[in-house]
Design a protein around this ligand. Structure first.
Ligand code: NDP
Ligand code: OXD
Length: 314
């Protein structure tokens, strides 16, 4: 059954921290005949929602939605709300984010592996100092989450000939990646990793998964790259393990509180590299093209990919 038969779908745009005008223009041209407007409380009812971290009031009012399109890959902000029952939630799949994530993670891992921080510090002191080459096989990299982004990252790392391991909920086969899954293989996976890259969705199962116990299970001198969500990490546990010497450091793109508050101890830990939730940005044109394609398919009654499993929370 087509979800909407009108030639003029009504689209409500409700995205936090996003300049609406270029999105409205892009959506109008990509979805011919669409009536697209920014949501205001008490405004007309829409058929489709394009959202990023909307308030609960939006869903309380929008009682006729046929689909909800999230302009990001992660839907944790939506999963905290009361959503209309039976309405598909559709997340972004790649849409130009996978290559960004691959370049961000590869540069973080390579920077750590090649000790480029030490090289830079020598350079600033006008010192010509060679570092002893490190052996790649001593730096196995584990990728937590082998979904759209995790698989792309794992494969990019394998092209640099790091031993690459991956962990997911269900079994996977990814060329060049030793795949682990499920609770029974969790500790074995961790024990084999020197570098851990987090690309899990934030769900009730994964909140706080990067904690004292899991990080202590990594090889000594371990390094963390967290590009998923801040709430995956117990921040004080990471600091303690850096201070104890078990962790060599971390690159963090996401934080429990964003923007990271000025008084946060992370700002003063030199073994951390911090970036402002920028590892893979939503690209407007690619996103609009993906949403428009899926919306057209839904209208024709076709199946689409990227529908969130509301039970699993991702
Ligand atoms: P996907 O849904 O495609 O992949 C999620 C992966 O995590 C799947 O392999 C899934 O396993 C696995 N997984 C989920 N729950 C568990 C669990 N409890 N134990 C083990 N594995 C689990 O997501 P994407 O790859 O598209 O995105 C991943 C996350 O990246 C997003 O949710 C978002 O939080 C973050 N992100 C961050 C950005 C940034 O700028 N910092 C930008 C974009 C995304 P299975 O395959 O078995 O289902
Ligand atoms: C996302 C993000 O989930 O940008 O897409 O964090």
């Amino acid at each position: 059954m087509p979800v909407h038969e009108s030639a003029q779908p009504r689209i409500a745009f409700c995205c936090a921290n996003t300049q609406p005008e270029p999105w409205l223009k892009g959506l109008r041209s990509a979805v011919p005949g669409a009536q697209v407007s920014v949501w205001e409380p008490g405004q007309a009812i829409a058929d489709y929602a394009v959202v990023w971290a909307p308030p609960q009031a939006f869903f309380d009012e929008q009682t006729q939605l046929k689909a909800i399109f999230n302009i990001g890959a992660g839907v944790d902000a939506l999963m905290r709300l009361r959503l209309p029952q039976g309405v598909p939630v559709v997340r972004l799949e790649d849409a130009g984010m996978a290559v960004q994530m691959a370049e961000y993670v590869c540069q973080s891992v390579i920077r750590f592996f090649r000790e480029l921080d030490v090289v830079e510090s020598s350079m600033r002191q006008a010192k010509w100092e060679l570092r002893k080459p490190r052996r790649r096989k001593e730096f196995p990299v584990g990728v937590l989450g082998l979904g759209v982004l995790g698989q792309r990252v794992a494969q990019a790392l394998s092209h640099f000939e790091f031993p690459v391991l991956g962990f997911s909920r269900s079994p996977k086969q990814v060329p060049g990646v030793q795949c682990f899954h499920g609770e029974s293989q969790w500790m074995d996976f961790l024990a084999r990793c020197r570098v851990l890259v987090n690309l899990l969705p934030l769900t009730t199962d994964t909140q706080g998964i990067l904690n004292r116990q899991t990080l202590s299970s990594l090889m000594p001198g371990a390094y963390l790259v967290n590009v998923a969500r801040g709430a995956h990490l117990v921040e004080q546990d990471l600091l303690d393990l850096i201070h104890s010497g078990h962790m060599a450091g971390a690159t963090l793109d996401v934080f429990c509180e964003e923007p990271l508050p000025p008084q946060h101890p992370f700002w003063h830990e030199p073994r951390l590299i911090l970036t402002p939730h920028t590892s893979a940005r939503t690209l407007r044109e690619d996103t609009i093209e993906q949403i428009a394609g899926k919306l057209a398919a839904l209208i024709k009654g076709e199946k689409i990919s990227g529908q969130v499993d509301l039970g699993a929370g991702y």
